[in-house]
Design a protein around this ligand. Structure first.
Ligand code: SAH
Length: 259
């Protein structure tokens, strides 16, 4: 074992990566087995091992076992609704200026990918979600990642965001809703003056409708952007952009509310 490494323990989230870069997320449990087309790996063979250990399944497939990053978890955790991808999560945290101790309103919560990212900045997150099954899924994903104590900083209210919110005095508001313009009238009662508003929307017609509603004296510094992420193939002298990229996910619109 390398110096200072914390060995893999029961309850840890672990990412298994095979030689074809297929990735699997699991939680280590005593006596359990991870099964694939290439036989299985007993969890007990991982427990106590190094973070970054190589291990063979009974069918001879070699896997890397390593603690996942937040992005690994978000991409592999069970989904109810479509998640926001890591490339957009990163920008949303900056555009919404999420900080330690900020009171953040999030709606809807979907699978909880954005919740996990907001919480990682130290924010206190209050979610509003229409569907109870989605709210439960988000809470499960969030507590699997952070442990049960996170409920001190994370809660989800069931409700329709277009009807307004039961809490107020938020520092930041982050929306991933089909019709975010329907929330704009509720912002003065919900967000502190000087607060930051961000909405994530897949289509540009949604952006137009939202921007029209934000064109009032209450909002300043309006901005809409998209994040294009292009990875590169780097192998010896063969260095070029990868052939495939995710061409489009969504638009990020931000504004400051000035009450
Ligand atoms: N950002 C989330 C995904 C959100 S998907 C993630 O990263 O995992 C959009 C969510 O908005 C869905 O869960 C949907 O149920 C919820 N939703 C749709 N209309 C709503 C409304 N009027 N009020 C509250 N939530 C709503």
């Amino acid at each position: 074992m390398t110096e200072n490494a914390t060995p893999l323990q029961i309850g840890d989230l672990i990412l298994l990566v095979d030689s074809k870069d297929r990735r699997y997320l699991l939680t280590l449990e005593s006596g359990k087995e991870f099964h694939s087309h290439a036989g299985f790996i007993p969890h007990n063979e991982l427990i106590g091992g190094d973070d970054g250990i190589h291990i063979k399944s009974t069918g001879g497939m070699e896997y890397l076992a390593i603690r996942p990053t937040m992005a690994d978890v978000v991409l592999k955790m069970p989904r109810s609704a479509q998640i926001i991808y890591p490339k957009d999560l990163g920008q949303i945290l900056i555009s919404a200026d999420i900080g330690n101790q900020h009171n953040v309103l999030e709606s809807g919560v979907g699978s909880g990918a954005l919740s996990i990212a907001l919480l990682r900045c130290g924010a206190k997150v209050t979610g509003y979600e229409l569907r109870e099954d989605f709210a439960q899924r988000a809470i499960k994903n969030v507590t699997n990642f952070y442990g049960e104590e996170i409920v001190n900083r994370y809660s989800v209210n069931l409700g329709d965001a277009y009807e307004g919110f039961s809490d107020s005095n938020f520092d930041r508001m982050v929306l991933d809703l089909p019709e975010p313009w329907k929330v704009v009238d509720h912002i003065p009662a919900t967000l502190k003056s000087g607060g930051v508003f961000v909405a994530y929307t897949p289509s540009i017609t949604q952006v137009s409708k939202l921007r029209q509603r934000l064109e009032t004296d209450n909002f300043v510094m309006l901005e809409t952007m998209e994040i294009l992420r292009r990875t590169w193939h780097v192998e010896g002298q063969a260095v070029r952009p990868d052939h495939r990229m995710v061409a489009h996910t969504g638009f990020i619109t931000s504004a400051r509310f000035i009450g």
